[in-house]
Design a protein around this ligand. Structure first.
Ligand code: HEC
Ligand code: HEC
Ligand code: HEC
Ligand code: HEC
Ligand code: HEC
Length: 182
């Protein structure tokens, strides 16, 4: 009897030790490791796409006559409405006082940023909806942080090669290496 009891509590200790180790591993894997792996960066100005929904996307993101894409807009695209403060937000004060009045470009961070060894152009993708490749920004009240992988230097939102290739295969576009790696 006495022997059986000791054995039982021994099993309990082993079980507890297992659970502690198991839960510990989950915490490290799900919470600690991603936090250590990614550095969190904030946009220089908290920009809201929702506040600007009266403007067309093309007024800030447009294709030039030569087919190249304007990308993220800068102070030239903001000055017509924000030469002076119109509201009382800190974000607008930073825009007006730190950038527009000092004629300094805004160093926006790019969520979808691709490494240098990848060639991407918006030109052949003009007919596709922005949300095929980007998150839906139209209702965003605030810019989310940008996560940069400390090992690879990639943004967490960089489109992965498999995602490019999946769509190319579906739409009959070429998947030869040199199409995307020049
Ligand atoms: C008043 C100008 C303005 C308008 C209008 C506008 N945007 Fe933007 N957009 C910005 C600015 C500034 C940024 C950079 C800050 C940020 O990422 O939010 C940006 C960033 C983005 C990005 C993030 C790209 C990346 O990977 O970093 C996407 C996608 C985007 N816009 C799509 C849209 C779409 C779709 C519309 C129309 C529904 C739109 N934008 C309308 C100014 C504008
Ligand atoms: C086929 C996928 C795809 C589609 C469709 C697409 N994008 Fe992008 N976009 C990307 C990728 C990939 C990047 C990163 C490019 C790089 O780092 O060279 C990017 C970058 C951007 C950037 C920031 C970097 C820059 O200066 O080019 C903006 C702003 C942007 N896209 C807006 C848009 C808008 C607005 C639309 C819809 C009109 C759109 N994109 C459609 C894949 C796409
Ligand atoms: C066509 C006019 C127009 C243009 C161009 C414009 N904005 Fe605005 N912006 C507004 C209006 C209107 C508001 C106020 C919206 C509100 O209070 O709901 C605003 C508000 C803001 C605010 C204050 C915070 C907020 O979201 O309400 C910031 C920051 C801002 N804009 C940044 C920018 C930047 C950066 C650009 C250039 C890329 C830009 N705006 C271009 C009209 C414009
Ligand atoms: C949602 C679908 C889709 C996604 C995602 C996509 N593409 Fe494409 N891509 C296309 C289509 C369709 C074409 C062909 C357009 C044409 O022929 O007019 C194309 C063409 C291209 C071309 C030009 C090919 C040529 O022969 O000139 C390049 C370069 C390219 N894509 C790179 C990329 C990269 C890099 C990515 C990922 C970051 C990507 N694409 C993601 C649909 C997509
Ligand atoms: C449709 C576009 C596309 C095609 C086709 C493509 N790649 Fe990629 N490739 C990418 C993108 C985007 C990345 C960066 C994102 C990632 O790592 O997933 C990448 C990343 C890579 C990397 C990793 C580089 C690094 O710095 O981590 C290698 C290696 C690579 N590609 C090799 C190839 C080879 C070999 C082929 C031909 C069999 C090929 N790719 C075809 C889009 C493409």
């Amino acid at each position: 009897m006495a022997q059986g009891q000791t054995k039982g509590s021994g099993n309990l200790i082993v079980l507890c030790a297992f659970l502690v180790g198991f839960i510990g591993a989950l915490i490290v894997g799900w919470i600690v490791f991603p936090k250590v792996l990614y550095s969190k960066k904030f946009q220089p100005i908290d920009f809201s796409h929702e506040s600007h929904q009266d403007s067309d996307c093309e007024s800030c993101h447009y294709f030039r006559d030569d087919g190249t894409f304007s990308g993220v807009p800068n102070i030239d695209n903001c000055i017509e409405c924000h030469e002076e403060m119109q509201g009382d937000t800190e974000a607008e004060r930073v825009l007006v006082e730190e950038y527009i009045q000092k004629d300094k470009p805004i160093p926006w961070l790019i969520y979808a940023w691709q490494p240098d060894n990848v060639y991407f152009s918006h030109a052949p993708h003009q007919k596709l909806d922005c949300v095929r490749c980007h998150r839906d920004v139209s209702k965003e009240k605030s810019t989310p942080p940008v996560y940069i992988n400390r090992i690879t230097g990639y943004s967490k939102n960089t489109m992965k090669m498999v995602e490019c290739e999946k769509c190319h295969a579906e739409q009959g576009a070429s998947n030869a290496c040199q199409v995307c790696h020049k």
